[in-house]
Design a protein around this ligand. Structure first.
Ligand code: HEC
Length: 157
């Protein structure tokens, strides 16, 4: 009798565990749950160049192809070297470094503030107001989209 009781308890525990795991993975993989967080929505924008509903984010300038921040600045935002262009590390940590942002050539540029990062993304000018190289598009972002994107730049290690 006691053995059976233990077996039953074991089975129930196992069942609960499996149900819990299923719920957990549904939460982790479900797009809705995942896009609840600003940084998660920002990651979506960063990686796809689209809004979380799938519509393309408008921009002007840039290259012929439609590219996302990640396509040009790398999946981790640490910058890329391609035959067409060299792109800088755009993690928040680097852009706002008090010593000045580390440029791809190893020199130090100016220190960005939140407002200056936004201006760079929207108007295509650097922290000193000088135009950025042509591959960098000028993005049209709503207030909320900008906040989400900034949250993700801050989350990048
Ligand atoms: C087609 C390629 C391309 C795409 C797409 C792109 N960038 Fe850039 N970006 C560049 C290049 C190249 C530079 C460097 C320009 C320069 O050095 O003058 C740059 C510069 C920047 C800078 C200024 C850093 C500095 O050197 O002062 C920021 C901030 C930035 N990008 C953010 C973004 C964000 C955020 C996105 C996505 C919303 C994005 N970029 C999408 C190519 C791209």
């Amino acid at each position: 009798m006691r053995q059976r009781g233990l077996l039953l308890a074991g089975l129930i525990t196992l069942g609960l565990g499996v149900a819990g795991l299923a719920l957990l993975s549904a939460g982790a993989l479900g797009p809705r749950a995942a896009l609840d967080e600003p940084a998660a929505r920002g990651a979506w924008i960063f990686r796809t160049g689209t809004r979380p509903d799938g519509s393309p984010l408008p921009y002007s300038g840039g290259m012929m192809m439609r590219l996302s921040c990640a396509d040009c600045h790398g999946p981790d935002g640490h910058g890329l070297r391609t035959p067409m262009f060299i792109s800088p590390d755009i993690t928040y940590r680097n852009l706002t470094d008090p010593a000045g942002m580390l440029e791809p050539d190893g020199s130090r540029g100016s220190t960005y503030t939140d407002g200056l990062i936004r201006r760079a993304v929207v108007q295509g000018v650097d922290a000193e107001g000088k135009p950025l190289a042509w591959p960098m598009p000028r993005w049209r972002l709503s207030e909320a989209e900008w906040r989400d994107l900034l949250a993700y730049l801050k989350a990048l290690p």
